[in-house]
Each structure stands twice: as C-alpha cells, then as structure tokens.
Design a protein around this ligand. Structure first.
Ligand code: ATP
Ligand code: MG
Length: 720
C-alpha cells in the first residue's frame, strides 16, 4: 500500500527529494546559491531520524559556523519534535575538539587541554625565537604563526613539511621551530586552532582502533559549504568516511564552486571536484531552481559570475514569472553620503512596515562599517555587527584610541596601562607594578609617576631607558598638537610608537584589515576640529547601549554572509581597489580576481527581494580627495535588470538615470563605447574633472571624455 509522504518531504522539489531520500552511498549536491542545499541537509537529517535509520548521536553534520549548527538544530527539532539524541553538529573545529577531549592522552594531552588564541600563540613563538637566538625583528613571530597556520591547513605535521617550504623562515630553521613549538604546546597541555584538526587526524592515523570506533559510531555524515574546506578538513573527512568501502560510504556533501571564497585561507575548491574520484559511484545531484531571489537578482548574479573561467557550470532559474524590483546601482559622492543614502532607504522601508531584521549591509572590508555605524547611531537605528566587534570595539581601534586619549588627557590611567607595552617594549607586569605603587603613593597619574621614576634608580636600566623615551614621545606629541593638524599627529603617533609597524610586521590574515581600520580611524578624525572634539564624539558613540535589540539591521563582511539571506541587501563600496580588493589582485592575480568575483556573487545572491549596490566617486585619503573608479563588476551586470542613478550631489543637480546600453570591452578597451549616463558617466565625470584628461584603467589609457552637453556625455576613445 501507498504510504503518504511525511510532511517534511512535501514541500521539496523532485531533485531535492531525491537528495534527501538517497541516504545510502556517497552523494554530492552541487548547486548554485539559494537552491536549498542547506535545506536538503536539514531535511535529510530529519528523514534519517524519522525513518529510524540511525540515532541522533550516529549522525555527524559539519556546518560552516557554530551559529549555522544551532539554526540547523532548531529546524530539525521543528521537523522531528520527538528527538532522542542530538546529532553531532558543529564546525570542523568544534567537532574535532570534542573528539580530542575524549582521547587526549593518545595525542599527549590531558582532556582539560586549553585552546590557545593568537596572542598566546605569538608569545610562545617569541620565546622559541629567543631561545634559538633568532632575531625577531628580522623574522617576526607573527609571520611564523601565519606559516604554521598554512602548514597545518595542509595537514602537515612537523615531519611532513617539505624542506622547500621550511627553507625560507629563519634561514631554514622553520622546520625545527615547528617541532619545538609542538613540543612546547604539549608541555603546556595546549593546542592551537590548527591542531584541533591536525591532532585529530594524527589520532585517527596512529590509533586504528579509535578510528574504527568512530566508523561504527557515525553512520551518516553530512557537510555544508564543502567548497570552502581545506586540505586538513578533507583528510579528516576522508578518514572518518573509511568505515565502509568508498562506494558505500554514507557521506553527503553540498556545495557551490561559485561560492568558494576562502582560498586565501587555504580552502581548496578542488575538494569538490575530487569527490567523485574519491568516492567512486557517488551520486551527483544538481539543484537548479532558486527559491530565494527574484529573477532580476538571479540574472544579475548569474551574468556576473559567468565572467569567471574554470567553473563547473550550473544553471539557475526561478519559477516566479515577474522579475521583481530592479537591481539598483547608486553612485554617491563619498562614503559619508553612501551611509546617509542607505540610512534613508532603510528608514523608508521601515516606514512601509518592513522589519530591520530583514535588511543587511554587506561590506568588502571591515573599515567600511564605521561610516554606517555612525550614521545609524545618529539616526537611532538599531544595528548589529555580525562576525566581529563593532568598529570602535576592535582591538586596534581601542589601542589607537588609548594613545590618543593619553596625549589629550595625561591622567588617563586605563589608556596608559593599555598601551605601555603595546607594541611590546619589554615592560612586564613587575615594572607596571612599580609604576602603579609609585602612582598610588605620590597620588599622581601613571604617566606622571613614570616621569618621576625614570629619574631615579628604582627601575632596571633597560626599562628606565624605554620608559624615559616613551614619556618624551608623549611630551613631543602633545606639543606637536599645537602646530600640526590633529589627524596628522595621530598618524605620526601610530607610526612613531611602533604601533603601525607592529601590524605591518604581523603576517596573520587579519592584519591588513586592521591596518585599514587604523587608516579609517585617522581619516574619520579629519571631520573634527580638534582632538578633544573627536574624543568626545567617540566616547558618546562608544557609550551607546550595546544590548542586542530585537529588530536590527545586520552589518557584516561579505565573507561572514555566506549561507544567509535577507529581503533587502545593501552592497556598498563597489569601486576598483576596494572591490575587487587591490590586495587580492596584487597577491593572486587572475585567481584573486575570480575569488573577488565569487564574493560579489555571494553578496548579490544573499538578497531575496532587493539588491542595492552603491559606489562612492571619491574617497578621502590623507586629507586628499581621490576619485574612485567604479568596480569592473558593475560593468559585468546585465543592463536590462539594473537601474543606475546617482544622488545628484556630484553633478550639480542634473538628473541622470536609466540603464546603461553599452559595455566596457575588456579584450579591446579602445572598442568600448560609452554612451549612457549612470556609473559609466561617473567615469566620464572623473575624467572631465581631471580637465578632460585621459582615463586609465589598470594603467592603460582607455578613453577620453568629451562633454557633449545636455543629458548625455560620451567617451571618445583614445588614440592607440
Ligand atoms: P546558499 O548557497 O546561499 O547556502 P542554499 O542552496 O543552501 O543557499 P537554502 O538556504 O537551503 O539554499 O535555501 C534558500 C531559501 O529557499 C531558503 O529560504 C529555503 O527555505 C528556501 N527553499 C529551499 N527549498 C525550498 C522549497 N522546495 N520550497 C520552498 N522554499 C524552499
Ligand atoms: Mg546554504
């Protein structure tokens, strides 16, 4: 007899349903954004449970963030209310940590081992460098931390590092340092982030009986966002999947090669291509219907990503007949106007009854957040920053502010304590204690106490010299404020104190972003008359209640937006150099550009109903206006679904609008024809602002602008 399909299957399309019901054997779901991959995974778990194919604890589900795991748990509870035993759900790291705690002794740890953060890790490396007489100035500890991370992402234990790789750092001593570092970790009963996976792999390899235990335990394995897994994660999965012959392994991975955006952190999109080779006979299911976005959004995203080469190629369509709202591109004067403009639109949607939760701003670089945060604070609009602290709560910003506060208010002891040894100056806790005692006895602020102490014999000579120099620096900075604009002094403070240098030497992946944030901080100071005025403003901004509002606009980087969706998505800063980001282009060339384009694809496909792009025509850097060139990605959008406008302030009030009808011809830029307003006009505008001069893109002369007057202005093509 024919049993009615369970409710949870009812809403699925045939391919999704097949992916859910193919529980046995390897399965790869390869599909574009918004096609229900994550939904398939969740429903698959519900299906396995309700068909009693396994207990909850026999299912292993890997998600990209812990937040995603929690959401999945919630969904599964809704689908299968009476659940006995929760699946093992979490990130590769959280699941690995759980396994390692069970078997810590086998990898020379105790179950209570601590997980080191980056700072601890750096401190440890420094000690090792010192012990080996390696000059830390020449071979910065942070650089080695970055190298270690890359090695660990590739699944290399100290013995596995090829000599070609270890040759560089400290003239060939990298391999030994790695081994020493691991030994130190064991002595401290600690593991770093990379170890969680790596030690788990070692555990499995060296202890077949333990691996066999997990083979018996996990009957089903599922992995979301597989395109962003790195080699170590891949090895980890392969080991766990070996409980059965490959063609019978119950492993299901879902992913989208077009959304691979962590190459810079060692993710290997090839893992997804290898799946069919590793698991012969794997079923491959493609999902083609997008349930998330309107047809216009989808067309914009698909057209853009088609500029990438080396794609697996997938189709995406939606069944909704209407295109929905146009994707808009707004050209604004600068980032301040961009924030104002976005703020106005949000308020307008809010008045029309839309919730703030349904809106998000996705930025390429975290420094872009500041302008939005400030604007929203002014407007009293609730927002939350996802995947990181708010701008003014970032570590580098707090450090920089501490320097500035101490210059403006020498009695600010908290600021003093924060920076006295940042960057590291060899002022340890014991020295600080002496300073604190003197300050208390003499009843003076710490800086004043330091000033007294450096004239006595109480401190060791080395510390005394260092502190004397520091006090002199603070005096010099304060004096300079009389003559030099405060934002210039701020920049000098960060340079001369060694603070900027500290991050420049830091090879961790997030340090370039921190340097950008520092630049943005200095830039933002230009809007204030005095340092005092600026600091006053900051304390008001920071004082804001940071309690989580129920309804709030989300602000986050494109990288942390993966897998999420919002009715309205704002994508600001589509300018060359920012997006695509110059660093990716410089470091990885064509591959870097393609990863940037995938990031753009991820951004656009987060939108359900509305996608609003914007670009600032100008960025103010070091007090100078620089014109920005619109992102090449804007040129790659299909004109028929894109509406271009500008806020008018830059064109003396002309009203421009309408779609672009021409394209920039990359193969032969001189054959490009520009005849429409909009963002391309912005280019014309920039060229004409420079006195009708030539316009260059990537150093190549591409066009000259000619003002034809009236509503349209053309680019005349340059001579070859
Ligand atoms: P991404 O690649 O961005 O991670 P995805 O492929 O994981 O996307 P989901 O997030 O699972 O896609 O689904 C996108 C949206 O479409 C969700 O809101 C989901 O609930 C909805 N959806 C998926 N399948 C269906 C369906 N069969 N019927 C109705 N809605 C669906
Ligand atoms: Mg998903």
């Amino acid at each position: 007899f024919n049993r009615r399909a369970p409710d949870y299957l009812a809403g699925l399309n045939p391919e999704q349903r097949e992916a859910v019901e193919t529980t046995e054997g390897p399965l790869l779901v390869l599909a574009g954004a918004g096609t229900g991959k994550t939904r398939v995974l969740t429903t698959r778990i519900a299906h396995i449970l309700s068909q009693r194919l396994a207990w909850g604890s026999q299912i292993l589900a890997v998600t990209f963030t812990n937040k995603a795991a929690n959401e999945m748990k919630k969904r599964i509870h809704e689908l299968v209310p009476s659940l006995d035993g929760l699946p093992w759900m979490g990130t590769f790291h959280s699941i690995s940590a759980r396994i390692l705690r069970h078997h810590a002794e086998l990898v020379d740890l105790k179950p209570s081992f601590t997980i080191l953060d980056t700072d601890d890790q750096i401190r440890l490396i420094k000690q090792l460098l010192e012990a080996d007489n390696i000059d830390e100035k020449r071979w910065p500890a942070r650089q080695f931390a970055g190298i270690l991370d890359a090695w660990k992402n590739r699944g290399w234990l100290p013995k596995d590092v090829p000599s070609s790789e270890s040759a560089y750092f400290a003239n060939g001593r990298g391999g030994k340092l790695y081994a020493d570092y691991q030994a130190r970790l064991k002595a401290l009963n600690a593991a770093d982030f990379g170890d969680l996976l790596l030690e788990c792999i070692r555990l499995f390899r060296e202890n077949p009986e333990v691996l066999a235990e997990y083979h018996r335990k996990f009957k089903y394995m599922l992995v979301d966002e597989y395109q962003d897994s790195n080699t170590a994660q891949y090895l980890w999965l392969r080991l766990l999947a070996q409980g059965k012959p490959a063609p019978e392994a119950n492993i299901c991975v879902v992913g989208d090669d077009d959304q691979s955006i962590y190459g810079w952190r060692g993710a290997e999109v090839d893992n997804i291509l290898r799946f069919e080779t590793d698991f012969p006979g794997a079923r491959v299911i493609k999902l083609e219907r997008n349930y998330r976005s309107t047809a216009n959004i989808l067309k914009a995203a698909s057209t853009l990503i088609a500029f990438n080469e080396g794609r697996l190629g997938k189709t995406l369509h939606t069944d909704t007949a209407e295109g929905g709202e146009m994707v808009t591109v707004t050209s604004v004067w600068d980032s301040e106007e961009e924030a104002r403009h976005v703020g106005e639109e949000i308020e307008q949607y809010q008045r029309a009854g839309e919730s703030l939760n349904s809106m998000a701003i996705l930025v390429r670089a975290s420094f872009q957040m500041r302008e939005f945060e400030e604007r929203f604070i002014t407007l009293g609009l609730n927002y939350r920053v996802i995947g990181g602290p708010r701008f003014y709560e970032r570590r580098e910003i707090r450090d920089a502010l501490a320097y500035l506060r101490l210059v403006a208010q020498p009695a600010d002891d908290l600021a003093f304590e924060r920076i006295v040894n940042v960057p590291k100056r060899g002022i340890g806790d014991s020295t600080v204690k002496v300073l604190l005692e003197t300050a208390r006895h003499q009843n003076v602020p710490l800086l004043a106490a330091t000033r007294m102490l450096v004239e006595t014999e109480e401190l060791k000579p080395k510390q005394r010299t260092t502190l004397r120099e520091l006090v002199m620096q603070f005096d010099a900075w304060a004096a300079r404020l009389e003559a030099v604009p405060h934002y210039e002094v701020a920049e000098q403070i960060l340079d001369e104190s060694g603070y900027t240098g500290m991050w420049q030497a830091d090879k961790a992946p997030d340090s370039p972003g921190r340097l950008e944030n520092l630049k943005e901080l200095v830039r933002s100071m230009e809007e204030f008359e005095t340092l005092g005025g600026f600091l006053e403003h900051i304390s008001l901004v920071m004082d804001r209640d940071s309690g989580e509002a129920e309804d709030a606009v989300s602000i986050m980087t494109l990288h942390s937006a993966k897998g999420l969706e919002f009715d309205t998505v704002f994508l600001p800063g589509w300018e060359e150099g920012l997006f695509p980001h110059q660093r990716s282009l410089d470091e990885s060339g064509r591959a870097g550009l393609e990863e940037e384009r995938r990031l753009a694809y991820v951004g656009i496909t987060r939108g359900r109903r509305r996608v609003r792009l914007s670009m600032a025509q100008n960025r103010r850097i070091h007090g100078l206006w620089q014109s920005a060139i619109p992102s090449r990605f804007l040129d790659e959008l299909p004109p028929d679904v894109v509406e271009v406008s500008d806020t008018g302030s830059s064109y003396g009030g002309y009203g421009y609008g309408g779609g672009a009808t021409s394209r920039f011809n990359k193969a032969d830029p001189f054959e490009s024809v520009y005849e429409t307003p909009g963002w391309q006009r912005a280019r014309a505008n920039q060229a004409s602002r420079r006195g009708g001069g030539p316009l260059t893109i990537e150093g190549e002369l591409v066009a000259r602008s000619v003002d034809l007057g009236g509503q349209s202005s053309h680019f005349a093509l340059g001579e070859r």
